[in-house]
Each structure stands twice: as C-alpha cells, then as structure tokens.
Design a protein around this ligand. Structure first.
Ligand code: F0G
Length: 450
C-alpha cells in the first residue's frame, strides 16, 4: 500500500512565530490561563477549531474575484443556490452568515415555548438557540458512544428508541427532530445511512419534520462509503444526496465542509416555512440573495462544497486526522476511539487521574499543551458544561484539525509534544476558577494553578 499524501500543493504561506516556554508562561498568566484569550500570533499550532480556519483553493480564490456584490439578484447567489440545491436537493435555500444564524432563524420560526427538540447530540449553539426559543433540547446518543475507548463504525448514531419514545411522549410538542453529521459533541463520530433513514421514517410516521445539522456532511459521507456495506462504490456526492433525501431541511455552517472562512445556510422544502424564515432573515441577516454574506463568500462556498466531496481530499482528511490520533494513542494518550473525522478527543480525565474534576483536568491539559509546545486546543468538560455544579460525564480535550492547513511534520510536532507531556503527566497540576461570567464561561473565565 502506498501512503496517502496531500492532494494539493501550497501556493501561499503564513509565517508561524516560534515562542519558548518562558514566554508562553507569561502569555498564559496574562490570559488568565484561558486559551481563548491568547493572541493567535503567539500560537504555534492552532487546533482550537476546524471552523473557518482552513485554506481555500485557487478555484475558490478565483471565485472570490468573480463575486458580484449587488444588493439584490446577484449571480453569485444563483451559483451558491445552484450548488446547494444540486447537493442537498432542497428547494428553498437561505444564506446566513454562519451556522448559528441558520439555527436561530429555524428555532424562531418553528419552536413554541414548551416544545422539545431531539438530536443525536446538539452542538452548543444549536442547544442555546433552541433553549432561547423556549424549548428543551434533548440528546439521544447511541449506547456505543458512551464507551469512549471501544471503537465502532458509527458511534455518532442517534438512539432510535430514545427518539421514538420522545416523539410518542410529546405529541404536538416536537416542532422538528435533528441529526448532527458528523456528531461533533459526540467525539466527531459519523452517523450511518441506515440510522439517518430509520430516524427519518420514525419522524415521518409521527408527522415531525426531520432536519440534518449538516456542518460536516462530506466527512460523514466519506465514512459511510468506507464503513457501511453497499456504499464502497458510490461517489460521495451521491451518498450526500441520499443523506439529504431523508431530511426535510438542514442547517449548515459553511465554515466546515463549505471549505470557506465564513458562511452558512438554512434549507427546507416547505414554502410557508421558508417564507417566514426569509422575513426573519431580512430583519437581522440581510436580503435573501446574500443573507449577511458578501457575494465573494457565496462564490467561495459554491466551489468549496464540491471540493469537500472530492474523494482524494476526504481520503487525505480522514487519514491525516487518524494519523494524529493513532500516534498520540501509541504514546499512551487515551483518545476517543476510533479517531473522528475532524478532530481527536483526548480523555484528560483518565490521562490525568490525579486531578479531580473540581480541578478541571481538561483545562490543565490544554494549559500544559500550550506551555510545553505552543499548541492550542479546547477543553470539552467541566469548564464548558459544569457551571453551577452540573455533572459532566467526560473530561475531554479536543484537537480539531483545520482543513488543508498543517503539514505532516507539523502534526508530528504535536505528537512529539504529547510524548513529552505523557512522560511528565504526574507533574501536571489542576486549576481553579478565579473569575467567571454568568453564561458560556469557557470563553472568558480566568483560572489559576492550584
Ligand atoms: N453545528 C455544529 C455541529 C457545529 O460544530 C457548529 C460549530 C455549529 C453548528 C455552529 O456553526 O460556528 O458557523 O455558527 N462548530 C465550531 C466548532 C464552532 O469549533 O466545533 P457556526
């Protein structure tokens, strides 16, 4: 077997400023040990998110030059709409400035106070928008996903029994159900076509609209091709079309598999719903042919959606993310298995058993990664979800891989840093919170070492 290589070469580069641990210690102190407050120019490898942080292609930049910035009726919108329709099959396509704007408009249009919205795992902005509209957001994760370390093909699946009982117990109170592909909150794990199809049948039988949170739809399509019987010879675009065919609509952040730095969309097949959504769009985002985006952004997305469905790109994407996961796992770092599509999730709780949850092992690891190697990652544990003493099942750290951005030797550097940290793991200390805001504390809280 020949190795899988990057299916692109580099035309533009951005310099990385190298820092030493002593300087990083000062930066950490100034940032209150919160990596969201560290300037990106002081980060060597930035794995904070895969959202909007990827490199665009020459074809996307060429599209940017073609962008038509007319307020109404821009041909850039026509190209964007045609691409989204071609891939998703949805009739009504509403552009938004990013995923959460699509979520807000969907929630405001469909939800009444007291409603319930099921999902495999709501992303935090999805949950926040649903709750802001007065509904309860409920996660139905499949049983396999609760065991972090035993690999399974589709640990992102929704628990179908849970979904069915939710619809049965809440007649008339479920405005829509969702599946998030891939399941970001659940370790970046894919959802099978069989699961999407079955969830769709359950929803349709109950008369409940079924939506996809489609952020990483192309990565999900790739995993279906690789792992689900019957799809090995199917193109990614055909798999994507089948996934969308089971849904009544979708929300999308084009900062992921739109391969763009900004953008998103909201789709449906329901004329009345789409009309109401467009009214809200005009109120806060913009006219329906640009929705808060520049014409050039629409062009970049129209091109990027197809590039995300390129098989060579997805082979490289999945294998390079797995490379990071497999190599740090070989250094004895416990990771969610198997590696996800866009990120590796480290179980800081079992890596640092001497640090109790009350001293935030995930945050301790994030700080150690930055101090040791200038690497920026994000805590997904008690800092993010444990406000007010809420019990959090896992203390994870996510290493999200930006698209087409880092080379293999840069990822090897991340592995080297983990190797060094693994040897000194007993010396990593926990932290306490010294200041926190009322909501979404992970963005702005300040910490001190204990
Ligand atoms: N849904 C999922 C599954 C996401 O991962 C995100 C964003 C959104 C919705 C919201 O999209 O950021 O464009 O408003 N996830 C980023 C991340 C922020 O780092 O995982 P957005």
């Amino acid at each position: 077997m020949r190795r899988i290589i990057e299916p692109f070469r580099i035309k533009t580069v951005e310099p990385i400023r190298f820092t030493e641990p002593e300087e990083r210690e000062i930066i950490l102190g100034e940032a209150g040990y919160n990596l969201f407050k560290v300037p990106s120019e002081s980060v060597i490898i930035d794995l904070l998110t895969d959202s909007g942080t990827g490199a665009m292609s020459a074809a996307q930049w060429a599209g940017m030059m073609r962008g038509d910035e007319s307020y109404a009726g821009s041909p850039s919108f026509e190209r964007f709409e045609a691409a989204v329709r071609d891939i998703t099959g949805f009739e009504y396509v509403i552009p938004t400035h990013q995923g959460r704007a699509a979520e807000r408009i969907l929630a405001a249009t469909m939800i009444r106070p007291g409603d319930v919205v099921p999902n495999n795992t709501h992303f935090d902005t999805t949950r926040a928008n649903i709750e802001a509209a007065g509904a309860t957001a409920v996660d139905f994760r499949c049983a396999e996903s609760l065991d972090l370390f035993t690999p399974a093909d589709f640990k992102g699946n929704i628990d179908l029994d849970g979904l069915a009982s939710c619809l049965e117990e809440n007649p008339g109170r479920v405005p829509f159900a969702m599946i998030t592909v891939t399941n970001n909150g659940g370790g970046g794990q894919p959802v099978s076509m069989a699961n999407i199809r079955a969830a769709s049948q359950i929803c349709r039988a109950a008369g409940v609209p079924f939506y996809l949170d489609a952020c990483r739809f192309a990565e999900n399509a790739f995993f279906i091709r690789k792992r689900e019987p019957g799809y090995a010879g199917t193109s990614l675009i055909e798999i994507a079309r089948e996934m969308f065919s089971y849904a009544d609509g979708c929300t999308m952040s084009a900062k992921k598999d739109g391969m763009a730095n900004i953008g998103g969309f909201l789709c449906s097949n329901d004329a009345q719903v789409a009309r109401q959504e467009e009214e809200l769009l005009i109120l806060t985002e913009g006219f329906p042919t640009y929705g808060g985006l520049a014409g050039r952004d629409l062009e970049a997305i129209a091109v990027g959606l197809y590039e995300a469905l390129d098989l060579d790109y997805q082979e490289y994407r999945a294998s390079s993310t797995a490379y990071l996961g497999d190599h740090i796992a070989a250094e004895g770092i416990p990771i969610v298995q198997p590696p996800g599509g866009h990120a590796i999730y480290v179980d800081a709780g079992s890596m640092l058993p001497h640090i109790p949850a009350s001293q935030f092992p995930g945050q301790a690891l994030v700080i150690a990664l930055y101090r040791e190697g200038g690497i920026r990652a994000v805590e997904i544990g008690s800092v993010m979800f444990g406000a007010g003493g809420a019990r959090v099942p896992f203390e994870l750290v996510r290493l999200a891989v930006p698209r087409r951005t880092y080379t293999k030797s840069q990822i090897d550097y991340v592995v080297d840093v983990f190797r060094d940290l693994s040897r000194e793991r007993d010396r990593i200390r926990g932290v306490r919170i010294v200041r926190e805001p009322a909501r979404l504390r992970h963005f702005t809280a300040e910490f001190a070492p204990v």
